[in-house]
Design a protein around this ligand. Structure first.
Ligand code: T5A
Length: 221
């Protein structure tokens, strides 16, 4: 089972993913948590290039290809091997291909159809079974992140530094993708308290994952 978390900056993806992982593990699932960009040694090196605050000359096309390069490695080295651990292998991934469509597509204005081709090449056609989208006002999210890191705006990474308009286009893009494919996307209002967000994720996940209750290990607890 492949579950991804998406959302604007600081929407709580990492926090909610870790809580969900603990909940699934208690039920007997073999859960791997990972993130993009990153998740492999090669991917972490690409991540460092992508988030470097001084790499301001990077073109949108370069960005799209670097995220995709890191993803190609991540899918083959980490995600697919874990998904093959049936029936209880679950991968929770903090951002995946939809981030490229949202940030490089809707955010930067790169052609969505071209990005879909690049993304399909990188993923080998792997798509999440479920995408949990944490929807949040972009200013609230950026403030949460800054507060958590004790940062001021001068210390933000290259992606965070962008204008609010850019982040708003990203959020609009996410909402459009979620509306276009409601079976795959679970939309949760991330402005709510942490516990409420987690409760809604679990509530939305359970009926989509009937194997959770049917598996012998999970059923025994
Ligand atoms: N990117 C990525 C692309 O442009 N294209 C791509 O293809 C990919 C894969 C990654 C950047 O790369 C871009 C997107 C990003 O700009 P990153 O550092 O990994 O950069 O940043 P994010 O993925 O945005 O993740 P963050 O860790 O910054 O944010 P999260 O995970 O959404 O939020 P989290 O859980 O760390 O929470 C942030 C703070 O808010 C608090 C938490 O306690 C924490 O302090 N919080 C809440 N506070 C109040 N109420 C709640 N409900 C809260 N939930 C969390």
């Amino acid at each position: 089972m492949f579950i991804t978390f998406e959302g604007p900056e600081g929407s709580g993806k990492t926090t909610q993913m870790n809580r969900l992982a603990a909940w699934l593990r208690e039920r007997g699932y073999d859960v791997l948590t990972t993130r993009e960009p990153g998740g492999t040694a090669i991917g972490d090196r690409v991540r460092a290039i992508l988030l470097d605050p001084v790499a301001t000359e990077m073109e949108a096309e370069t960005e799209a290809l670097l995220f995709s390069a890191a993803r190609a490695q991540h899918v083959r080295q980490v995600i697919l091997p874990h998904l093959r651990r049936r029936p209880l292998g679950v991968v929770l991934c903090d951002r995946f291909a939809d981030s490229t469509l949202a940030y490089q597509g809707y955010g930067h204005g790169l052609d969505l159809a071209q990005l879909a081709v690049i993304t399909a090449f990188a993923t080998g056609g792997l798509k999440p079974d479920l995408t949990i989208y944490l929807d949040l006002d972009v200013e609230v999210g950026l403030r949460r992140k800054a507060l958590a890191a004790g940062q001021d705006a001068a210390q933000w990474n290259r992606m965070e530094q962008r204008a609010l308009d850019y982040h708003r286009r990203v959020r609009d893009g996410y909402r459009a993708m979620a509306a276009a494919e409601p079976q795959r996307w679970l939309v949760v209002d991330a402005a709510q308290p942490l516990e409420e967000v987690q409760a809604q994720i679990r509530q939305g996940l359970a009926p989509r994952l009937p194997a959770l209750d049917r598996s012998p290990v999970a059923g025994g607890r």
